[in-house]
Every structure is written in structure tokens, then in C-alpha cells.
Design a protein around this ligand. Sequence first.
Ligand SMILES: [Ca+2]
Ligand SMILES: [Ca+2]
Ligand SMILES: [Ca+2]
Ligand SMILES: [Ca+2]
Length: 491
Amino acid sequence: MHKPLRLALATATAVALTGGLLTFSAVNATAADSTHVPQADFNGDGIGDVAFSAAGAYVSGHKNAGQLVVLYGTATGVSSAKRSTISQNTAGNPGTAETGDAFGSETAYADFNGDGYDDLAVGSPGEDVGSDVDGGGLVILWGSASGITGKGVGIADPAPSSHDYWGKNLAAGDFDGDGKADLAVGSSAATIYVFKGGFNSSGTAGGRYTIKPAIQSGNGANGPLNLTAGDVNGDKRTDLVVDGFETETSYGWNRNYYIPGTASGLSLASAQALKPGVITAIGDINGDGYGDIVSGAQWDTTTSDGTAIPDSGKGGKVWVTYGSDGGPTTSTGITQDTGNVPGTAESKDWFGYELDLGDINGDGFLDLAIGVAGENIGSAVNTGAVTVLYGTSSGLDTTSGAQGFAQSTPGVPGNDENDDMFGADVKLDDVTGDGKADLIVGSYENDGNGAVTYLPSDGTVITTTGSRAVAPSTSGVSTTGTPSFGANFAD
Ligand SMILES: [Ca+2]
Ligand SMILES: [Ca+2]
Ligand SMILES: [Ca+2]
Ligand SMILES: [Ca+2]
């Protein structure tokens, strides 16, 4: 299997950045809003839909050309029976499937044209643009009554000579509060381009500006690691969290920034530094109307040469920073040794490899799914697991109610095998239309073929009753090479 970002990142964190370690192959972003649980509805039937990458897929013989898969929600959840599988060769989709394009590796949804159907921004960061190798490509695929069909428009890179990997990070939100969805786009550089909403049918945005947070863009850091949208200060303007590397040390310590939305868009003037983590989710855990920031710092406490890593925990730590009208406030760290969190903190568990927030039991407090992709179970190394913690009025409950799932959990499809990395991505979205978030888990099942496992909410907790696995082979994705089906869900 090719090396996923988190492995590369753990390595990068454990040694001084030397370049070339970070790739776009599994870059992820997680968006949520503070007052509700947004989930994509591409076909407008009122039931949540899930889109994800198979960015390593062969298309017409081209290695790593990449595909995008959309599973549409039904009363019985998601399966390969109701889906779209899209490549750059799909009619209406700008571009052509070529070796190394990695189409679909990053996605973000919103109703960009305001027609009532959610649309999907899709990056192909390995796209060559003319003679610009890995210049990167970005399209918006339009939603419709038939869902995502492939019909879309290209969003051109405004400064192709300034960076590569255009579209490797995406986040959608209403950063200026004008009621139209904006799109933030990252590349190999520190500068983030923000396209203002009001996209027309030819993809022209309502305006454009840039922000440049204090993150490193050279020496292998390659710009932002992740962009996450959500309303932390409750002013109905979406705020942005940028996960990146700080600039001032010889070690590539991860550092995150909160950048609030204002009437004129995202503003660095009130930016705040946050606890670390390379994957972030934002949503209201304690029900006070302010989005809370959750970030996963899945590395261990020291580098390979014994240097202590700031704000880290054995086997990985998840930081929770509660929101307020003034933005982020106090932070709490959670490891597998906290309270009654399932498991035991062991080196290289990668607790916090991925995260998502959703309301599993409908009590108005968002619940958290945590990927523990490096968990060893029995003799299976890096087979992976997922932990679920429930939200309350006083925040995440680490004492009672926690759930843990692995493929060896009775009722979960599959078995614990080496390098399955169950929990390589997680999503809590309501894909049955009952108002309760269901758990969807990505993995690198079968040597990087990948799989997506559906575990529904029974209204109170996540259950294995009615669970199923969705495989690439039944979803129009070739298992030649390492398609990494399900490695990155759209946020
Ligand atoms: Ca739908
Ligand atoms: Ca639309
Ligand atoms: Ca805000
Ligand atoms: Ca809150």
C-alpha cells in the first residue's frame, strides 16, 4: 500500500522536516456547523449522502488517476446499490483521467449555486497543467435530482506559478455571512484562496481574496494540512481552522490557527493559535450554541531522538477546545487512558487519526467518532478501531457511554488484519433520514483496496444491527493497485 499521510506525518513530526514526506494522498478536512449537523444532500431527497475518495484508483489503465464515489442515503442506509462513481472521464466532468491526477483525493460540499442541491468541490492535486507538473486541478460538480452526475465546471488556479497541488485542501462555509457558500482552497503554499459564494453555471465566483496564516510552506510542509469550517463564536459567520506546521522551530511541530469569519470574510486580525492536531472537526458538543473544536494529534510523546513533542499523549491525544462568543476558550486533552475511554494508550495507536462530530442519539449534543487507525488487536498490527464518545451539557463524556468498534467486534463486517487501518476516516452523518447520525468508517482493507463500513444509529447508540461493508469491487472501482477506496470522506 502507498504510505498514507498520517504515517508520513507521524514520521515528519518525529524528525525535523526534510522534505518530500508529506503528500496529498490522504489529506482530509472536516467541516461542521455549530448549530446543526450539516450533511450533504446531493439529490435533494432529504436524506444525507456521503461522498469519498478512491484517489488511487486506476482509470482506463492510468495509475492513481482517481475516482470519486457518492453513496446516497436511503431508509436502510448506504450501500453500493444507490451510488455514483465518477472519474475525470465521466461525461460532463472537466479534465481527463491521467496517471497520478489523484482526482477525488479532497472534497468539500455545499450548495455553491443556491439551487437547493448540494454540490461537491473536488480536487485533483496531482493534475499536470500544461507543463506544470502537479499543478493541481479543482472542479465543482453540481448536485441534481439525480445526485452528482459528473456535470461540473473547473475552478482555475489564479496563481499557478506560485504553488503546486492546487485543490489539495478544501473547506466550504459562509465566511462572510451573506447567505452564500464560499470555498477556501489550499495548495503547496501557505496562502489560502477564498472564493466568495454566488458561483454561476460557468463556475465564476462572487469574488475572491486570500489569507496567509503563519504556517510553513516549504521544507516538506507543503502548505496547510487541513482546512476545517465551522462557527466557533456563534455569530452565524463560518470560521476556519487551519491545521499546519509552525514556522519558527527546527522541528516541524504542528500548529493550528482559528481564523474568524467577519462581514468582509475571513480575517487574520483576530486569529488565535490552537492546540495541535492534523485533523479537525467543529461542532457544538455541549449545546451552548458555540461550535467546539476537536483536533487529533495522533503521534506519541517524543520524537525518534527523544525530544519531547509539545501537547502530545502516548498513542495519540484528542484536543477539545470549547467555543464562546469570543472564539476558542479552554482545551481538554483526551487519550485512551482518560476515564473510561476504550483501549489502553500504547505507542503508535494513532488515537485521533480521524474525527467527526454528529448527533447519534438526537439529544442536541454532538457526539464524537475517533479513528484509532494504528490500534493493534491480537496479532493484527495496525488493524485499527473506532471510539465513540457522547456529548453532554458539560462536554464530552469520557466516564460513561463510550463505545468501541473494530472488525472483530461481533456484527461488524470483516476481520482484524494487518494494516487494515479501520478508522482511517470516520463520518457521523444521518444517512437513513431518522435525524440520528450513523457511523461510516473508512479503512485500507485488503492491502489498500479500501472499504467503507456502515454502522447505523438505533436512535440511542451506534449498533451493528443492519451494518454492512461497501467494497470497491461492487462500486465500479478497480482493485488494481491501491485505490484507497474510502480513505477520505467529503466534509
Ligand atoms: Ca440525499
Ligand atoms: Ca447546487
Ligand atoms: Ca463565526
Ligand atoms: Ca459549544
